[in-house]
Design a protein. Structure first.
Length: 442
């Protein structure tokens, strides 16, 4: 028995020696290659520092020593350095400069994103609210109104489109993508496939759409899209469960990596829903957990932080909470969250409105820009830009100009808010009405 055990131990020692020798030879060969090429391609995160997962170049060896997950320090062995296939890293590195440039263009001073990526079903609900049928012609007419508003590009740097819109033309026969580019607006695309029930959770959801995402992203890039959006949600009244938060974070990270591999800047959007009676402190607590998890998995997937944009919820009380927060309180909690969870390498924070009124969303954004921030703090609004515009149009051709003026008014107001110069004077009562819908499906 003892002889058998001794032989077994000898085999284990041999395996360890061989394994370590393999790792050593791998590093030696790679170092030799670097010397011959005359450039350093080896990147390693500094121990004890929350480093960006930026790819300095196409290194297949990525070392990570320490990360913080959920408030706990996780130390990883430095011997587990070989994590990624060289082909994957090379693809992403080929787009690195373009990704950074696109993100910076969208995160330009005084501008934000027009989210017009409502699904055909959701667009149908909007059209029904003004007495129109959900036909392709009516959707085309409304989208034409939006993208052709004169000087829209002065306030809007990017527009998120639904797949139908990306391939659609205006009523005059011009491609919508071309109209946006002429205005200096970067076209983007919604790539997720919507929410479905998450098995094993507390009646929570997860976002589908990873299957086939690489090929779809490549096709969207060829069509002119340069950034992407993936929206998942976290519900506070339902927990949120650790399973739901982890699933949301992992899905966002995989989507972000795939998007960057195909030249699209990913907008990372874990929306924390307004549903519930909870106070602002509870929202802050959940948001901290969610964003810690998101950035842990973004780093795990080697996502280039300088080539992403975030679309977070503002930290507010639940919609049914009796204690309402002032813009100053919302700004204080939200900026505290950003400063403790978001690396400064991220170029832009493009907030969603999440059912706030048009004026409320603008006031809160303005309050956050009263002092300098490490990031471009701006907006990515749908209803908070379109609500008054849609009602002004009413489906009547003679109202197109007035509706475009309403859109430009809101876009300009949020442009001023991004610069910290919005006053709130002269706003209509319609713009002050809240748009929260319980259990809202986008």
């Amino acid at each position: 028995m003892w002889l058998e055990r001794a032989l077994q131990c000898g085999e284990e020692i041999r395996d360890i020696i061989i394994g370590n020798s393999f790792i050593y030879l791998w590093h030696l060969l790679f170092w030799s290659f670097e010397r011959q090429a005359g450039e350093s391609q080896y990147w390693e995160a500094e121990r004890g520092e929350m480093a960006s997962a930026s790819l300095v170049s196409s290194s297949p060896v990525l070392g990570k020593s320490e990360w913080v997950k959920g408030g706990q320090s996780i130390r990883l062995s430095s011997t587990a350095a070989i994590r990624c296939l060289p082909a994957t890293i090379t693809i992403r590195a080929s787009y690195a400069d373009e990704l950074v440039k696109t993100a910076k263009t969208i995160a330009s001073p005084g501008r934000g994103i027009l989210a017009m990526d409502e699904s055909n079903a959701t667009c149908g609900k909007r059209l029904a609210s003004i007495g129109l049928e959900n036909t392709e012609a009516n959707r085309q007419a409304y989208r034409t109104l939006l993208v052709s508003a004169p000087s829209l590009g002065q306030y809007i740097s990017g527009a998120i489109l639904f797949e139908e819109t990306l391939y659609q033309s205006t009523v005059d026969g011009k491609k919508i993508v071309d109209i946006l580019v002429e205005q200096g607006i970067v076209p983007g695309i919604k790539v997720d496939k919507g929410l479905v029930p998450l098995a094993g959770s507390n009646n929570e959801s997860w976002c589908q759409g990873l299957d086939g995402l690489a090929s779809r992203s490549a096709a969207y890039y060829q069509q002119g899209a340069r950034f992407a959006k993936w929206r998942t949600v976290v519900s506070i009244p339902n927990g949120p469960s650790a399973l739901a938060v982890k699933e949301a974070a992992w899905g966002l990270a995989r989507y972000a990596a795939i998007s960057q591999d195909n030249g699209l800047v990913p907008i990372v959007e874990p929306e924390i829903l307004l549903d519930g009676e909870h106070g602002i402190d509870r929202t802050f607590e959940v948001a901290q957990k969610v964003w810690a998890e998101v950035f842990f998995y973004l780093a795990e997937n080697n996502v280039l932080f300088e080539g992403i944009l975030l679309k977070p919820s503002m930290v507010t009380p639940g919609a049914e909470c009796s204690d309402r927060a002032t813009p100053e309180q919302v700004a204080s909690y939200t900026l505290k969250l950003l400063k403790t969870r978001i690396p400064p390498a991220v170029p832009g924070i493009m907030f969603l409105s999440g059912g706030q009124s048009e004026v409320e969303a603008t006031l809160n954004l303005n309050a956050m820009n009263q002092a300098p921030n490490p990031w471009h703090v701006s907006f990515s609004y749908a209803r908070a830009l379109q609500n008054t515009c849609l009602k002004t149009w009413g489906g009547r051709p003679e109202n197109v100009k007035a509706a475009q003026d309403a859109l430009l008014l809101r876009a300009k107001a949020n442009s001023l808010a991004q610069l910290g110069k919005y006053t709130g004077e002269g706003e209509s009562e319609e713009a002050k009405k809240g748009m929260f819908v319980k259990g809202y499906v986008y």
